[in-house]
Design a protein around this ligand. Structure first.
Ligand SMILES: Cc1cc2nc3c(=O)[nH]c(=O)nc-3n(C[C@H](O)[C@H](O)[C@H](O)COP(=O)(O)OP(=O)(O)OC[C@H]3O[C@@H](n4cnc5c(N)ncnc54)[C@H](O)[C@@H]3O)c2cc1C
Ligand SMILES: *[C@@H]1O[C@H](CO)[C@@H](O)[C@H](O)[C@H]1NC(C)=O
Ligand SMILES: *[C@@H]1O[C@H](CO)[C@@H](O)[C@H](O)[C@H]1NC(C)=O
Ligand SMILES: *[C@@H]1O[C@H](CO)[C@@H](O)[C@H](O)[C@H]1NC(C)=O
Ligand SMILES: *[C@@H]1O[C@H](CO)[C@@H](O)[C@H](O)[C@H]1NC(C)=O
Ligand SMILES: *[C@@H]1O[C@H](CO)[C@@H](O)[C@H](O)[C@H]1NC(C)=O
Length: 541
């Protein structure tokens, strides 16, 4: 055989192998389907119609159900390992049965609400697994009288905002700016947005929750106890059970709020602006949230040259006149004028921040699928002291050199300083000036392309070392990043878990481990970055 024949033979062989493997996977999915469905039937009654909620790999709708909440193209390639089954419960006892059956049949369970996890760990796995998909849990009950809402975890933030607005134009909820983000992951991991400096994180406004635990019981705040209720406010839900709903406090918003976006480039002394931003944004009036976005772009001044665009995007819970006066005093380099500001209702500001300015109606907030999927990788950092001017210049030059990595600075301060770092499992409170989000986004598939972009963002992260928090180098759980450590399934996970655990949870990590050990000693609710149980020899000491 000559070379091309060998290649041909090899490729046929590989295709054959893949075929055998796939049909094997499909047939095992089929037999697991039969067993699983029987088990669900055993745990429910015929009125519960469990045969409507289990999708095997051969089901015609399997792929569309799987892909519906994939938000990162990296995790939707032909080589991505797919779930053996997808379970889509429509009522609480079906969730209970799913947990019990996964446990008795010995199937690894992934829980998905909005699917926005940056590393896709709600719907992919290296070990055989099934998905419990919560998307049918979208009920939101808003009680304006008592200023609370009960929100099922499969709802999106856009749905939450819209439902509140339907009942009141002076109430809102403190959570993220992307309307398609799911409540299940967002609230269990902390949840921040542009009212954070005034009202704290989403979890700071959570007053109750409902969870299905490893024994299949439904627990609320009273029956789960203070410890578990503490853990599922910032410690992530997936380590502890399936969260069905959160009860939250609404927040008061003025009838008119103000937004602006201002863009500058490096040639326009943007470094000075970024430097001054650091002195203002984390310390200014709590009602003002000014996000800063740095992005390498082509220069408009000198064509063919690259520069860094600096954008400041703001929400002010007040009028434009007051804002312009405030910033003239505190942030003169910005040169903000009233013409640069827009006054609008709070719900319109949600829409504006979502970049839904494509002529669509406010109802778009209810559309959970309004999302363009790209390939991306993200990372996070915390900054505790201002970066000096020459440091900022150096950083921006590195961004130009690398070419694609963008940074977003989200200011802390205000209410974030007022909440103790151990009040919830989320530890990053007073002492943090801002959080950095790193992003690299690309459009072409392929391993080589992916490798090159991921290495770019890792390099940027490494360049930032001198400027960010140390010992530990902190990270935000909801900006999932498997680079900072993972646990291996079935291993004594503590040694691995403490590595990323300290970064995500700081001094709260040890309490999370104790709670995890108490509520899920067998580590059924394992994932790549779950809270580990205590090493068995240390147990009981
Ligand atoms: C475009 C975009 C914008 C974002 N903007 C913000 C922002 O403004 N502010 C912010 O704080 N974050 C933001 N995030 C991050 C976001 O908060 C997290 O990705 C969050 O975990 C997503 O929740 P989800 O339900 O959509 O994700 P999923 O991928 O479904 O879940 C994420 C994690 O939570 C677990 N989980 C999900 N549902 C449940 C449940 N019901 N019970 C137990 N565990 C569960 C999953 O197993 C997984 O471990 C953004 C993400 C994206 C992609
Ligand atoms: C369902 O229940 C029957 C009768 O109790 C039992 O024989 C069977 O093993 C159960 N099947 C599953 C998959 O749990
Ligand atoms: C696919 O699965 C769903 C959910 O269990 C079920 O309702 C539907 O009948 C299945 N479709 C086919 C063609 O088997
Ligand atoms: C949502 O509310 C409706 C109306 O009360 C109810 O019929 C449905 O079962 C609820 N859905 C879930 C998932 O709880
Ligand atoms: C940038 O700063 C220099 C020195 O402070 C000043 O002379 C120049 O006018 C500034 N450029 C712009 C575009 O503001
Ligand atoms: C603010 O608005 C004025 C007037 O429209 C405009 O000239 C200026 O460029 C804007 N400033 C910024 C920083 O966008």
């Amino acid at each position: 055989m000559d070379k091309s024949n060998v290649m041909q033979f090899l490729s046929v062989f590989v295709i054959l192998l893949l075929h055998v493997f796939n049909s094997h996977a499909a047939s095992s999915s089929e037999s697991i389907y039969v067993t699983f469905l029987q088990c669900l039937k055993n745990h429910t009654t015929s009125q519960d119609h469990v045969s409507n909620i289990v999708y095997s790999q051969t089901n015609a709708s399997y792929t569309s159900i799987f892909q519906a909440f994939v938000r990162n193209a990296r995790f939707n390639t032909p080589s991505t390992t797919k779930p053996l089954l997808i379970i889509t419960p429509q009522q609480e006892n079906q969730v209970q049965a799913t947990v019990l059956c996964s446990k008795t049949i010995g199937l690894h369970l992934k829980i998905r609400s909005g699917g926005h996890d940056f590393e896709g760990i709600s719907y992919i796995s290296d070990v055989p697994f099934i998905i419990l998909d919560m998307f049918n849990f979208q009920n939101i009950t808003v009680d304006i009288q008592n200023e609370i809402a009960v929100i099922q975890t499969g709802a999106s933030l856009g749905q939450v905002y819209h439902r509140i607005w339907e009942k009141s134009n002076v109430h809102g909820f403190a959570a993220g700016v992307c309307p398609t983000v799911g409540v299940g992951g967002h609230l269990s991991g902390g949840g921040y947005g542009n009212m954070m400096r005034k009202y704290g994180l989403s979890i700071d406004n959570v007053v109750d929750a409902k969870i299905v635990d490893v024994k299949g019981r439904i627990l609320d705040k009273k029956t789960m106890g203070e410890d578990l209720f503490w853990a599922i406010r910032g410690g992530g839900g997936a380590s502890f059970g399936v969260i069905l709903s959160y009860t939250v406090k609404l927040v008061v918003v003025p009838e008119k709020v103000t937004v602006f976006q201002v863009d500058e480039s490096l040639e326009q002394n943007a470094t000075d602006i970024v430097f001054q931003w650091q002195q203002v944004a984390p310390h200014t009036d709590d009602r003002l949230f000014m996000r800063l976005v740095l992005q390498p772009v082509n220069s408009k001044v000198v064509k063919s040259q690259k520069t860094v665009r600096v954008s400041i995007e703001a929400l002010f819970l007040g009028g434009a006149d007051e804002l312009v006066t405030l910033l003239a005093k505190e942030f003169p380099l910005l040169g903000l004028k009233k013409e640069n500001c827009s006054e609008m209702s709070w719900i319109e500001s949600v829409f504006y921040w979502a970049n839904y300015n494509d002529g669509s109606s406010l109802n778009t907030l209810l559309d959970r699928k309004h999302y363009k999927v790209h390939f991306n990788k993200k990372k996070s950092d915390y900054v505790k002291s201002p970066i000096p001017k020459d440091g900022l210049k150096w950083i921006m030059n590195k961004m130009i050199e690398l070419g694609k990595v963008g940074l977003v600075f989200n200011p802390y301060g205000g209410q974030m300083n007022a909440v103790a770092s151990d009040a919830t499992a989320f530890p990053h409170r007073a002492g943090n000036l801002y959080k950095i989000q790193y992003t690299v986004t690309w459009e072409q598939s392929g391993e080589a392309v992916e490798k090159s972009f991921i290495s770019q963002i890792r390099m940027m992260y490494s360049y930032m070392t001198p400027f960010v928090s140390k010992n530990p180098r902190s990270a935000y759980l909801n900006y999932r990043d498997l680079d900072i450590g993972i646990t291996t399934h079935g291993k004594d996970g503590y040694k691995e878990g403490v590595v990323y655990g300290n970064k995500y949870f700081g001094e709260n990590f040890e309490r999370l481990v104790k709670i995890k050990t108490a509520v899920d000693p067998e580590n059924f609710f394992w994932n790549e970055q779950s809270i580990p149980t205590l090493p068995s020899k240390a147990q009981g000491t």
